[in-house]
Design a protein around this ligand. Structure first.
Ligand SMILES: Nc1nc2c(ncn2[C@@H]2O[C@H](COP(=O)(O)OP(=O)(O)OP(=O)(O)O)[C@@H](O)[C@H]2O)c(=O)[nH]1
Ligand SMILES: [Mg+2]
Ligand SMILES: [Zn+2]
Length: 301
């Protein structure tokens, strides 16, 4: 049978086959090879109710199209990059590094500007304008729920995690996305309780003091990964030229640069810098790009 690993605790894995969740262990050979199983992996498993180690055994990982190591998750379609403009103040280099990390890992970013109520319309619109021509972008108000339906539509049916600096409202948004969900079945609830010793009730789930990665299927097919404090991605260890390619908005104007290998920094007749002067490329994005190329150069020395 085929299923998705939705949770792993102490060597036990919870596998969701689209209908129910079963708990079990990885087969001996997987463990001996120290092959890690990531939450999000699509696995081949069998039901084995007589096994002392749970109700299923995982034979092998059959799909891991991408993965992140911190937190260890795989097969994400979308990473929602959440940031507020104030409380906490936006840090564009941090945001752009998260986005570049997505590009590097092969995960589509969705930009979510939180706390729209605190920043006001004008500042929110301005921040949105930095990203909306590059990525799907929404603004949300975690207090009223405004914008949540728009976010819901952008992630519908996909495998999704939220990332962003501490305090920007990730848990608040996660809770809003769970609102109106009936939750998992009674049987699964019992299973989770037995396995983790934790009392998880439909209401208790709201608190999200998450220490493990756990996937919650929503009723529209969205698989929402709940991760503990997912605030940054490691800067990919790549050449500066690879950093350039993590900025999709450079691609089109970049074709008109005098040099085909133009880095858009010191070269003459650079169409990207011309686009920057005309305001077609955002200054903060460009500054983030320069900072990131400097950062990767340091490692190469
Ligand atoms: N005014 C306002 N406050 C918000 C909004 N969203 C969240 N908050 C508040 O901001 C604080 C932090 O929100 P969380 O959802 O806990 O933030 P987080 O991103 O999960 O933070 P970490 O778990 O530390 O990474 C809480 O007190 C929320 O009530 C919003 O849209 N507007
Ligand atoms: Mg949180
Ligand atoms: Zn150029």
């Amino acid at each position: 049978m085929t299923g998705t690993v939705v949770k792993g605790i102490g060597g036990f894995y919870f596998v969701y086959d689209g209908n129910s969740v079963v708990m079990g262990k990885a087969r001996g050979n997987l463990k001996r090879n120290k092959e890690l199983i990531y939450v999000g992996d699509i696995v081949d498993f069998d039901i084995d109710e007589n096994d002392k180690d749970g109700d299923c055994v995982i034979h092998r990982v059959i799909e891991r199209k991408n993965y992140l190591t911190r937190p260890p998750v795989s097969n994400l379609d979308i990473l929602v990059v959440v940031f507020s403009i104030v409380q906490p103040d936006v840090n564009y280099p941090v945001v752009d590094k998260l986005i570049a990390g997505c590009e590097h890992a092969g995960i589509a970013p969705v930009i979510c500007i939180s706390k729209a109520d605190l920043a006001g319309e004008e500042a929110t619109a301005k921040a949105l304008s930095v990203y909306s021509s590059i990525y799907p972008s929404v603004s949300v108000n975690g207090m009223t729920g405004d914008g949540i339906d728009g976010l819901r539509q952008l992630i519908a049916g996909k495998k999704v995690a939220l990332a962003g600096p501490s305090g920007v409202g990730k848990s608040t948004i996660t809770n809003l996305l769970h609102e109106g969900e009936s939750g998992i079945s009674q049987a699964e609830e019992e299973l989770l309780k037995a396995a983790t010793g934790r009392i998880s009730s439909k209401t208790g789930r709201g608190r999200h003091t998450t220490r493990h990665v756990e996937i919650f299927p929503l009723s529209d097919g969205t698989m929402l990964y709940d991760t503990p404090g997912f605030t940054s991605l490691d800067m990919p260890q790549v050449e500066p030229v690879a950093v350039r390619d993590l900025f999709p908005e450079f691609r089109n104007p970049g074709r008109e640069c005098r040099y085909s290998d133009c880095m858009h920094i010191n070269e003459p007749e650079c169409a990207v810098k011309e686009a920057l002067t005309r305001g077609e490329i955002s200054i903060s994005r460009y500054e983030s790009y320069k900072a990131m190329t400097e950062e990767v150069k340091k490692w190469q020395k």
